[in-house]
Design a protein around this ligand. Sequence first.
Ligand code: NAD
Ligand code: GLY
Length: 367
Amino acid sequence: MSHTPASIFAQLNVDLGERSYPIIIGSELLTDVELIRSLPGKRIAIVTNTVVAPLYLERLSATLEAAGKQCVPIVLPDGEEEKNAENLMAIFTALLEQKCDRKITLLALGGGVIGDMTGFAAATYMRGVPFVQVPTTLLAQVDSSVGGKTAINHPLGKNMIGAFYQPQLVLADTATLAALPDRELSAGLAEVIKHGAIIDAAFFNWLEENIYLLRARDAGALAYAIRRSCEIKAEVVRQDERESGLRAILNFGHTFGHAIEAGLGYGEWLHGEAVGCGMVMAADLSVRMGYLSPAEQARLVALVKAAGLPTTAPNLGESRWLDLMEVDKKNEGGQIKFILLKPLGSTSITAAPADLLSATLTACTHP
Ligand code: NAD
Ligand code: GLY
């Protein structure tokens, strides 16, 4: 089998002392035998799903074997609704059936669902085994594969059961994005926009100018957006790995977004769609709090729309919204905490008066 040679666009580092690790961003990394040889361990359990396995499992297994490693494939059902205790247990069962010991490396091949679930399995299998992220969605390459948050969902709240557990390596192969549906590409752009909105106004400007190139999958634009997103996330995680403060800003749009996901049932809206709409709602609340100008709010709404994401939320009913947002890891003493823009390019973490929140819920949801 002949393959396009691998090319590496960027190598970054997540600086966390003894838990530091590289993020390698490039094209055709899955067929690079020398790179794959550098993975930790001799025996690698590749955790993936029924959509990604037919696309990349054979290719990655062949490279691993060429690099002298032994593969244990574990293929789970696809979808956000499958990010649950049953599938976590399915990973453990497969590992035990294959007599995998503490030297096994767990490799997540897929999007954020596979990454989060495999990471949690790696954190807990035999009290912790090596973990590698091979993200194959834009969302996973710009966000979920970096930073060590791992989790499964609970019917009462998203990502409620999990652990902080860093991978030893992130390999983001941008060639895998060729197979990604447009709707999933847009979902990934939500987290890219988030990074600009919370911390880097210049990057936000760049996104406004380049959003159509990104949607057209221009290789240079995508590589830059992935690299800049990983740089921003790596720096926030370096400063606050376990979210005792600063890291919460990465949840901009997520308080509303997680309520949409849980409220409609996981998998109805994509995570990135819920975050896109959640950012619009958080911007609306920011204006009502006097933190953000209507002109900046309009720029955010326009960019979210241009990314192909929804900007009006489903009508869950106010009491259901509040119920869902009250189950959020950021909350303290029963108060819902929001990440608001103050102004575009920086944030404030705060509770909001009930009348302003109610006005946002009315203004931003379908009648
Ligand atoms: P996903 O993992 O469900 O992937 C989206 C879809 O694309 C799935 O159907 C998947 O099988 C498919 N897919 C994956 N790679 C593909 C490819 N190359 N070609 C074609 N199809 C492909 O969703 P996602 O958007 O990647 O991730 C969302 C999840 O990530 C959510 O559960 C969210 O909570 C989590 N998340 C975690 C963090 C974190 O820090 N850990 C950050 C952001 C999001
Ligand atoms: N996606 C939020 C975080 O990683 O902290």
